[in-house]
Write a protein of this length. Structure first.
Length: 563
């Protein structure tokens, strides 16, 4: 069998990043037309962009969503393709910037590793980005914990409104995977230590404050949204919000700098925005509206990524982020891979490196459904077939041929090994798609529809299900949320990323299934209702051998083991 790429090893991600010669951040900013006084440098290679840059600035650029098919557990490289495609467009003379999410320390030290891309398609400085960066994650954690502390102080002093300790919704927060913190008890040790009650922790990326930060349109909107966060209920089931504790002002103060978009660069020296990091399951899974708007004001093309497959990331991007920010995408890039499609076709995970045209063919309907979803949303897609060293020519050609049968542009990309050069074919296809001017975003539900109607629209039109079944708890919760005035909010679906359904074992393009909604909860500050289609962990645990075991810093300051 012939292969499309060689299996020759390339340096590790961190070795490539450490060997890069970075441009001063003032020069990167100048490429976008930003003057030195319009940025706040954090050292020489990263900076915050002042919000006054956006004041009255028209959107000059075209917005492109990067999404994907249902992935393998290792992911399919959406971030890598996003960065590589940006490098390719810049090579073609396009003024472009990617907008991606910030990494979380929990997955970094757990199993996933870094989130700056891979190979010769990375955001740099990679070590800074993956570790403390500009402190945004810590600011979100601090704001979250401030509200937690004020809540328990409110309980301790018996202040009005009288929270019921049994009906507190707000948990604590830390940016680290720690399963032991999922369920805890606080307030033990006597009356001076507060009111004993059950509590727990979520990881920072799953905090509602992270979702709020990425949807806020400015400082005033941030404070308003923080005040709306629902933290619990009184004994007579009246809602208590953060503003009832007068917490929103101090929380905004902690988040004021974090609200400003972060500017860094690609390995090839082009500008890149990295800002915010809400979970792709429990929240909207997109970078901030402010970073996207900054890109649209300063660049001709903005590439922004949404987490997981298109049935999760793209659906939330359209229904939540685009609605909230008044955004109009011009096209979408659908990232897939031979290995993901083979897995969706029934190939076992340990055999994904073997040529298997039969499993690939069985998995292609998964690709079809994701393409159809994007077309139905009114956003023309181009398909990026992200190459892996084990892919064969026959497998790559089969995927491209399937796309051509469906009337969709497609190209293999090899940005991991070749950087921007490996994405130029796709970049040209994308510019053709943008030039067609055929995009007209169409929503799958009206906000005025009842919550259940919105859930059912997503289940049938996006997932391809036959209907929705609601647990008794979900029925009660939905009724309560509508009484709270959240009936007109968009829906944020929380389900497995491995299937179009809510069952991770139903791969490919499942049919004849019904979606089960177990519960629905309010993210009132973020402005959406989370519908839980399965048990979604908001505090992950570490694997048996955490990635942290291989990390260290050498005597000369060189970081080792970070991927």
């Amino acid at each position: 069998m012939s292969r499309t790429t060689t299996s020759a090893a390339i340096p590790s991600d961190i070795e490539i990043a450490q060997a890069a010669k970075l441009r001063p951040i003032v020069d990167v900013a100048a490429e976008l037309g930003l003057a030195p006084e319009q940025i706040e440098p954090y050292g020489h290679t990263k900076a915050k962009v002042n919000l006054d840059v956006l004041a009255g600035a028209p959107a000059r650029g075209r917005l492109v969503l990067v999404t994907g098919t249902n992935p393998t557990p290792a992911g399919e490289g959406k971030t890598t393709v996003t960065v590589g495609l940006a490098q390719a467009l810049r090579r073609l003379g396009v003024r472009v910037t990617p907008c991606i999410r910030e990494p979380s320390l929990g997955p970094l030290f757990g199993i996933k590793g870094g989130a700056a891309g891979g190979g010769y398609s990375q955001i740099v400085p990679m070590e800074d980005l993956n570790l403390h960066f500009t402190g945004d994650m810590h600011a979100v954690t601090s704001a979250h914990l401030l509200l937690s502390a004020m809540l328990d102080n409110h309980l301790h002093h018996g202040k009005e409104p009288l929270l019921d300790p049994r009906r507190v919704l707000w948990k604590r927060c830390v940016d680290m995977n720690d399963r032991a913190l999922r369920e805890i008890v606080v307030g033990l040790g006597g009356p001076g230590n507060g009111v004993p009650r059950q509590d727990g922790f979520v990881i920072t990326a799953a905090s509602e404050i992270m979702a709020v930060l990425c949807l806020a349109e400015g400082v005033e909107d941030l404070e308003r949204r923080l005040g709306e966060i629902l933290i619990g209920y009184t004994r007579d089931r009246q809602p208590v919000r953060a503003k009832d504790l007068a917490a929103q002002g101090a929380m905004t103060l902690l988040l004021a700098d974090a609200l400003k978009p972060n500017l860094v660069q690609t390995l090839e020296g082009g500008p890149a925005f990295v800002h915010g990091g809400p979970f792709g399951n429990i929240a909207q899974g997109c970078s901030s509206i402010l970073a996207t708007r900054a890109g649209l004001a300063l660049a001709d093309v903005v590439l922004t990524e949404a987490g997981f497959g298109s049935e999760l990331g793209a659906e939330k991007f359209f229904h939540i982020k685009c609605r909230a920010g008044g955004l109009e995408p011009a096209a979408a890039v659908l990232v897939t891979s031979v290995r993901a499609l083979k897995m969706n076709g029934g190939a076992p995970r340990e055999a994904l490196a073997d040529e298997n045209l039969q499993a690939l063919g069985a998995g292609l309907p998964n690709l079809d459904k994701h393409v159809e979803n994007l077309v139905d949303f009114g956003v023309p897609p181009v398909v990026a077939v992200n190459r892996f060293p084990t892919d064969t020519r026959a497998e790559i050609e089969a995927v491209v041929a399937r796309c051509e049968e469906k009337g969709v542009r497609a190209a293999p990309v090899d940005v991991v090994r070749r950087g921007g050069e490996g994405g130029e074919e796709l970049a040209k296809m994308l510019m053709e798609a943008i030039g067609d001017g055929a995009a007209r975003l169409s929503y799958f539900y009206d906000l005025e529809s009842p919550i259940k109607k919105k859930i059912e629209a997503i289940a049938s039109r996006v997932y391809g299900g036959d209907g929705v079944d609601y647990d008794a708890r979900a029925d009660r919760s939905i009724a309560e949320l509508e009484e709270l005035g959240l009936g007109t909010a968009p829906i944020c679906m929380a389900k497995t990323q491995y299937s179009l359904s809510d069952d991770p074992k139903l791969l490919g393009r499942p049919r004849g299934f019904r979606l089960r909604i177990m519960d629905a909860v309010a993210s009132a500050g973020a402005g959406f209702v989370v519908a839980l289609a399965g048990d979604i962990l908001r505090m992950p645990g570490l694997p048996r051998v955490p990635a942290a075991c291989d990390m260290r810093i050498a005597a000369d300051g060189t970081i080792e083991g970070l991927q």
